[in-house]
Design a protein around this ligand. Structure first.
Ligand code: FAD
Length: 492
């Protein structure tokens, strides 16, 4: 192809774009499409004073909104109040990569947790949820670019070869080999041609969405169904029966017998959750529209593709011919604080842009038009964890570990049932309750220091491996530290 684009400055992988100054491109798009009647101050004003509810939901991302909608479906008369410190979708739900994925790649961990039958039931429950998401979007007119053409995991360096093998073998053993199956190099090239893709695996029940359009669509439906939402209202404290808040309108209280904590990485601030996961930043870069380049690469089916680094790169096309590519090579947070490092870290965004051009050298002259970051909640199990705090009345769902788009919809079903005291197919999943509790991480400052050392080492190691080298033994040893201490994180 003769490229007519202006040459870029190769010294600036981000083409002058800097993350942090504005909301994600996804969320700007979704907000621009909304009528004035749905604006925050009209439809979801800040809380002031005291309110009563049957269920108070803390956090207006996917988890909180799916829980609210599910509760109304199950018990239409319930009074449900959602408290959101920003606007709904302002957190990870409006900033993510939009990958909708199943749990077949997590099957070995699920088998270790709960045995063969329950592991399969759990993975099938997420497949059922993905089908229900599609039906919900259709039924409620939510245009979130739902594209269900599957998920491709690839190896992009020899060190990543076959990392899917244990899971694909386990799927085969349990009679579900079609749900997560290995791909040859040639088969991978059928999805997208890259000089660094070596082989891969394919998950058919998976796809992509416009993540913020999904979050804002859920908000609209929740409002239409009578859920009360207070945006720009910060939760200061909670216990069974009572939630205290502040907003520009002053102090507020919600009196509710049942409280659902749907705060994702922000939950790290609260003692019952803080030790159970590490907050980590993830960044996404978005190209200008390049349908011609997508065609040249052969990436025309719309599949999401991720490599197999620990600090993985995950890319997906958009219907208008852009590529959004994320990189998990961000930073760990300290003490549960979600500060600027989670939204304004130029280095992390730059690494995502470099990853994109490594995958596809055809993008050498293609410009980055936007970049943004957000927090993810990484626990030891790579799976979310749902439960009820001792004493009852406070339920929680978190620990999605960067894979919450579909899992949070399942979480809404679990949390609604927990809040209603039901014992059903959702609350009996092995991800619920004490046995699913992820292993605690060390207290601060040891957690931060350890995560920081690990992050530096894994970055050096993975870059060396991609360049065809082996990192030095000290770096390799530091990158194995989580495994040495018995955590299911990072390379062996
Ligand atoms: C850059 C990035 C890329 C990702 N890519 C993918 C992907 O491709 N696929 C995938 O499956 N997952 C992905 N994830 C993860 C996914 O976005 C999350 O797992 C999912 O959005 C979690 O939903 P949630 O509702 O639990 O959390 P959130 O959407 O984060 O919602 C929590 C809400 O709580 C609010 N809040 C925080 N503190 C308070 C307080 N004190 N009072 C009131 N409200 C408060 C926040 O403002 C926020 O809106 C990604 C995440 C990031 C950051």
């Amino acid at each position: 192809m003769v490229d007519s684009r202006r040459p870029r400055d190769p010294a600036d992988p981000l083409d002058g774009v800097r993350p942090g100054g504005r909301r994600s491109w996804w969320l700007r798009e979704a907000l621009a499409a909304e009528p004035p009647s749905l604006a925050a101050d009209v439809a979801a004003p800040p809380l002031a004073g005291e309110e009563r509810a049957d269920v108070a939901i803390l956090g207006g991302g996917y988890t909180g909104l799916w829980t609210a909608i599910r509760l109304r479906e199950l018990e239409p008369a319930l009074r449900i109040v959602v408290i959101e410190s920003d606007i709904c979708g302002g957190g990870a739900s409006g900033r993510n990569g939009g990958f909708v994925t199943g749990w077949w790649d997590e099957l070995p961990g699920l088998v270790a947790l709960a045995g063969d039958a329950e592991a399969v039931r759990t993975a099938e429950a997420l497949d059922t949820t993905i089908a229900a998401m599609r039906a919900f979007l259709e039924a409620n007119g939510i245009d979130a670019w739902w594209t269900e053409t599957g998920f491709v995991s690839v190896s992009a360096s020899p060190a990543q070869d076959d990392v899917w093998r244990e899971a694909t073998d386990e799927c085969e053993r349990l009679g579900h080999g079609d749900r997560w199956r290995p791909l040859t190099r040639e088969e991978v090239a059928g999805y997208a041609r890259s000089p660094v893709f070596r082989a891969g695996a394919f998950m058919p029940v998976a796809g992509t969405v416009q993540p913020a359009a999904l979050a804002r669509g859920l908000r609209r439906v929740a409002l239409e169904r009578g859920v009360v939402i207070h945006e720009r209202t910060l939760v200061e404290g909670f216990e069974a029966g009572r939630v205290t808040t502040t907003s520009a309108e002053g102090a507020g209280t919600v009196l509710a017998d049942q409280v659902v904590v749907a705060l994702n990485a922000w939950a790290a601030r609260w003692q019952p959750f803080g030790r159970r996961f590490v907050t980590w930043s993830s960044y996404v870069v978005l190209t200008e529209p390049i349908p011609d380049v997508l065609a040249e690469i052969g990436w025309t089916g719309g599949e999401g593709i991720a490599d197999s680094r620990f600090t993985l790169h995950y890319g997906r096309p958009t219907p208008d011919g852009r590529i959004a590519l994320g990189g998990g090579g961000g930073r760990a947070g300290f003490g549960g604080r979600i500060g600027r490092a989670f939204s304004s870290d130029v280095g992390s965004a730059r690494r995502a842009a470099e990853g994109l051009r490594r995958w596809f050298p055809e993008l050498a002259n293609v410009r980055i038009e936007d970049a943004w970051g957000g927090p993810i909640d990484i626990d030891d199990s790579h799976r979310p964890w749902f439960g009820t705090l001792p004493g009852g009345g406070v339920h929680f769902g978190l620990g999605y570990s960067g894979n919450g788009v579909s899992a949070a919809a399942l979480g809404g079903r679990v949390l609604a049932s927990l809040a209603l005291g039901r014992d059903d197919e959702w609350t009996s999943l092995p991800l619920v309750g004490e046995p699913a509790t992820p292993r605690a991480f060390p207290p601060e400052p040891f957690r931060y220091v350890g995560a920081r050392a690990f992050r530096e080492a894994i970055g050096i190691r993975e870059r060396a491996e991609e360049a065809g080298r082996t990192a030095n033994p000290v770096i390799r040893e530091i990158s194995r530290l989580p495994r040495r201490f018995g955590y299911h994180l990072g390379p062996e």
